[in-house]
Design a binder for this molecule. Structure first.
Ligand SMILES: [Zn+2]
Length: 268
């Protein structure tokens, strides 16, 4: 009985700490957004700049009025300094603005236990904008999901038509646009395969020391990287197949009369 009470106290204490942490992060984020908006290296981009990207997303989601959105282009170094490095851009739900980097810095997070498993991609600024505008529409059209995977699938999926209009083949789209995200998303699954191949349980792996993990990646890193690229390619192909159909059907979402099925995007 006593133990249960104690657990309860611990739990509410933890919840309180979590809430405080989130509140602090949000405050920090708000401050950062102000810094970005007011920085001399930031430019406000307005339609018809990047017209094609805006028009494409506007045609898909006419009820979201993407042309009215505030879009800031800012220094990649500033973004990195504020902790948004590595991203080509992001959509801020709170202030409903999109921030994109003036150029893409190399992602430093691609190292795994000292080994570089780099994924080369080349996404142009207009493509980043089309992608971020889709994120905006996801929220505007009433999409709610805490899963990064679902949100990203929506954005990557709907930009398919834009990328095809630019003349890219599906293989080029996978390689240059979808790969960094898809490979990242496939990392855990690929690790499970490699662990199973070597008769190591996930529990055992989790108890590995830093040194042992390093050794593990030295020995099996290449296989792991190959596997996650394989899984990512498969996933990307499935996404393309699904959204090829969706692009023919259309989004079906004009605000207020929306019959948009939110679960649609989970069916891959
Ligand atoms: Zn995204």
């Amino acid at each position: 009985m006593r133990r249960r009470t104690l657990n309860k106290i611990n739990l509410s204490e933890r919840n309180r700490k979590d809430r405080e942490k989130k509140k602090k992060q949000l405050e920090e984020h708000r401050k950062n957004m102000e810094i970005i908006k007011n920085s001399p290296v930031t430019d406000l981009i307005k339609y018809p700049e990047y017209k094609e990207a805006f028009d494409y997303v506007d045609n898909l989601f006419p009820g979201s009025y993407v042309k009215n959105i505030n879009l800031y282009k800012t220094g990649a170094k500033l973004l990195e300094k504020l902790g948004y490095g590595g991203a080509g851009g992001f959509y801020d739900k709170e202030t409903k603005v999109i921030v994109i980097a003036s150029y893409q810095l190399t992602n430093k997070n691609r190292y795994q236990y000292g080994y570089n498993f780099n994924i080369k991609a080349s996404i142009t600024k207009d493509e980043v904008i089309a992608h971020e505008l889709c994120h905006y529409c996801f929220a505007e059209e009433g999409g709610v999901s805490f899963s990064r995977e679902i949100q990203e699938e929506f954005a990557y999926g709907w930009t398919l038509g834009y990328l095809r209009e630019k003349g890219y083949t599906d293989d080029e789209i996978i390689k240059n646009n979808y790969f960094p995200f898809m490979v990242d998303m496939s990392s855990d699954k690929a690790l499970k395969y490699v662990l199973a191949d070597n008769n190591i349980s996930k529990k055992e792996y989790n108890s590995f020391s830093e040194y042992k993990r390093r050794m593990f990646f030295k020995k099996h890193g290449k296989k792991w990287h190959k596997k996650r690229k394989e899984l990512a390619t498969q996933k990307a192909k499935e996404l393309i197949e699904l959204y090829s159909r969706k692009l023919i059907e259309g989004t079906n979402c004009t605000k207020n009369i929306t019959k948009y099925n939110r679960f649609d995007i989970m069916d891959i």
